[in-house]
Design a binder for this molecule. Sequence first.
Ligand SMILES: *Cc1c(COP(=O)(O)O)cnc(C)c1O
Length: 420
Amino acid sequence: MSTTLVSHPPTQTGSFGHARCLVCRACGAEQQLGAFYACLECFGPLEVAYDFPAITRESIESGPSNIWRYRQLLPVRADIATIPNTEPGFTRLIKADNLARELGLKTLWVKDDSGNPTHSFKDRVVAVALAAGRELGLKVLACPSTGNLANAVAAAAARAGIRSVVLIPHDLERAKVLTTAVYGGTLIAVRGTYDDVNRLASEIASEEEDWAFVNVNVRPYYSEGSKTLGFEIAEQLGWRLPQQVVIPVASGSQLTKVDKGLTELGRLGLVAPTQYRIFGAQADGCSPVAQAFRAGHDVVRPVRPDTIAKSLAIGNPADGPYVLDTVRRTGGAVESVTDAEIRDGIALLARTEGVFAETAGGVTVATLKKLVETGQLDPDQETVVFNTGDGLKTLDAIADRVGPAATIDPTYAAFRAVAQ
Ligand SMILES: *Cc1c(COP(=O)(O)O)cnc(C)c1O
């Protein structure tokens, strides 16, 4: 991969909160905070490292009802909540007793991220990427996207009053195209898969030095946004960690950063550092990480995606090896499910808990079911399953299996003929 690492003047102290530097996840080399995503020494992926002060539960609880209540744990300035933004996060954690009963689990929660401003978890990561891009003097908010990221980038840029440029595969769900285009900005459909779009974005990023490609050149900051899912779950459980978490895997960034967030809470003494297991969920039609997990491999062989779970259709996942590390270290697993099981998962969650998930949520619910049935997940341990997006964006997934029970004339007799 050829990359141009743009050097910016040293940033002002405090522009990134308590973040100290970027550190390479492969070799541990440190470098200054900037629009870098690859290590200068070994080209490994970079992540944000911090010098945290003492942080109290009270200081978090007195913050706003969005991700900025955790601003001390993110690479953002102290007054971030006052700068116009989409205010994502603090979505509901639902006690899912009906679904638990159906699956034979003792205690189950659904973390429902469809409640975000553009109806997926991507609003979290984009908000942090935008904050970093602004501090780095970048002028345009851009991304390659499988759909939800496109929505989040276009909306966040509109709210911030800056230009957005969004690249998508040409065959995305119509709803995800329209719900991006409506925010204005430049939307470009590319004839190719997401992985083709991603490659093009890297090429553009190396030319347009003042663009913030949220998941490319400001990826270390972007991915920190996913930690807030872990923070919220712990706070919503009354400041303790869950025992098992089931998370969807596309690039794998979310899963690894939820783990980072849960670990940080323990290190900072905000929760008791109890053990937890992390499980990854993929669609069979794009399951490179699940395949590597089953085969016992450390490397992930790219695949060509073919699944209805388009938001997870990344055939060459950047964080795949780190997902494998995380699930193996915590005693979890990565499983995958068929498109039919995904549709069943969507229907099951809707029928039992009144939550209408997009295909990615169908993937996690179906994977949870499979993990229980195959004995990989302990039904007696408290479990959180993620729904990361809204079913209204992927209506086609259930269009041919649900509908009215009957169509009748407006008379009582006609009603009685079809319903009791
Ligand atoms: C992008 C996305 C994911 C996966 O995110 P990664 O961090 O790339 O693994 C999960 N669910 C939904 C709905 C998404 O849009």
